[in-house]
Design a protein around this ligand. Sequence first.
Ligand code: GLU
Length: 443
Amino acid sequence: MSHVVTRFAPSPTGYLHAGNYRTAVFAYLFARHTGGSFIVRIEDTDAARSKLEYEANIHETLAWLHLPADATYRQSEHRKRHRELLEKLVANGTAYVSKEIPQGPGDREEVIRFKNPGGTVSFSDVIRGEIATDVGDLGDFIIARSYDEPVFHFAVVVDDADEHVTHVIRGGDHISNTARQMLIQRALGFHVPLYAHLPLIFDTNRKKLSKRMGAKALTDYRDLGILPEALLNYLAFLGWNPGDDREYLSQNELIESFDLSRVQKGSAIFDEVKLLSVNQHWMRALPVDTFIARGNLSTHDTEKLQKAVPLLQERTHTFQEARDMLSDELSCLFEKPILDHGQLLAKELSGRPGIALMALQGLLEPIKSLPEDVSAETVKDTLLPFADAEEAKGKGGRGAVLWPLRYTLSGQERSPDPFTLISILGKEETISRIQVAVAILEE
Ligand code: GLU
C-alpha cells in the first residue's frame, strides 16, 4: 500500500459527541497501523454556524485522547483554492451560475450548480462493499452559494485531493453524499480515494447520537474522571474488535491490532454503563501514586489516602466518584468522628444493656495484638471470633458488637466495614477512637 493518509474532518458547529470522535479514533489508528499520516481538518466553511469555541474543544479533546495529527488545517483558509476551482468548472461548463428564485430569508438569487451528467456512480466501500447510486435523481446540485462560499461537498473533495488523502474514513451518514462528491472529483480530474463508511452509533434507546440531542462533549467525560485510555479503548470497540477475546487494549495495542477489515457493517451502541466498567478497569490498572495524581485526589494525610486507594479502585468507576467518596463516606478516615451517645447504643437490645461498652472494651485486646500494617482480611480473622463469641452469649448477633465498633470508628451511618476502616486507620488511631467511645459510654 502506498503512503496512507487519513483525515478527521469535523465541522465546529457544536460540541462533538462520542460518535464523532470514534471516527477520529479509527482514522488515527488506521494511519498509525499502516505507518501513514493522520490529518485533522476543521471544516468551518459554514461561517454562520462554526464557532471558535467548538474548534478549540475539538483540539482539546484530541490532545486529551492522545490523537496527535501530523498536519492540521482549517478549511476556510483554502478559500482561494476553492474559488480557483469553482471558476475552472464554470469556465469549462461542468458547473454554472444559476439564477434562483429565493424561497425564504437568506436564500440567494444566484448560486453555483453542478451540471449533473446523470447515470450511475458506484464505488467499493472498504467496509460496506459495492454501493451504486443513480445520480440522475440528484438534479443539478448546488456546489457553492458564491465563488467564496463553496458548500461542504465541494470543499471536502478539493481538500481531500490537495491533502493527498488516500482513505476517507467517516460516519455512515455520509454514504449518501459520496456519489455527489465523486462527480465533482471526476470533473476536477482528481484521483478517487478509498471510502470506508463506519457503522452508525446509537444510544441505548436506539436513538442516533446527535450533536443537537445534547449528547455529552467528551471533555465532560474527562471532567467526570474518565481516563483517556479508557475512552479510547471504548471508542475503538464501537464497531470493531481485535478478533480475539481481549477487551482492554492500550493505545499501542490498538494501533498494532487495528485494521479496517475487521470493522463491522452493523450499527454499534454507545452504552455509558459499559464505558464506566472499561474505565474502572483502567483505574484499577494504575499504581497507587499514579491513581492519586491522575485522579486529582488530595487530603492532608497522604499515607492514609494511599491506603484508601485499593478501596477506591474496588468501589468507584470514575475519579469523580472517588473524590465524592473521599469527601463523603471516607471523610472519617481523615477527620476524627464526633460521636453520638444514642447512636453508639443503637443496636443494644433492651434485654442486654451495656453490651456496646463491653464489646468495645473487649475488642481493645485483640486490636492491640494486630501488626502495624495489616490487611482488612487479617483484621476480620482476628476480630470475628470475638464478635461471634459475643453472639453466642446473647441474641444481639455480631451486629451488637460490630455496629458500635464501626460507628465508633466512623461516626457515620454509612461507611466501609470496620475491618477495612481499621486496616486504613492503623492500630493507634483505632485504639484512640475506641477510647473516646468508651469514655462517652462510661459517663
Ligand atoms: N465535516 C463533515 C462532518 O462534520 C465530515 C466530512 C467528511 O468526513 O467527509 O460531518
